[in-house]
Design a binder for this molecule. Sequence first.
Ligand SMILES: [Fe+2]
Ligand SMILES: [Fe+2]
Length: 165
Amino acid sequence: MLISSEMNAAINEQVGHEFAAMLQYVAIAAHFDGESLPVLANHYYRQAEEEREHAMRFVKYLLDAGGKVAVPAIPAARGDFASAEEAVQLSLERELTVTGQINGLMDRAIKETDHTSRNALEWFVAEQLEEVSSAEALLGLVRRAGEQGLLLVEDALARRHAESE
Ligand SMILES: [Fe+2]
Ligand SMILES: [Fe+2]
């Protein structure tokens, strides 16, 4: 095994956090779907898919490194939101939490002089910058538009997705 048993356990925990993020994004997407805001809904369904990919990237890493995969229990997702802003705010808070978790894994890799894990974690460090920056941008947009202006947010998001395709 290329990694310590502590690193193995910490990565299994992170697999749980990534799946928890996936479930939270499904819940946020479903909230927007229920509010007839399909572009926001699709944005979060896609985010959910990305979180599944993050979890699987860690699973594959553990297998490559000769570790043992143990998927932990996943806490329930929150599905009730008083406003769009509240839902988007939660997504930003979750991304900041995950960034802290990834940094914690990186701290461990550095402490253990585990260069293999460090290299694998670099990808996640870069990814979290993207995730936090995009969640902050969306929160800014939702705040500026206000609850009455969510169709403008839908238009802006649709344009952003069209550009990135
Ligand atoms: Fe993630
Ligand atoms: Fe994320």
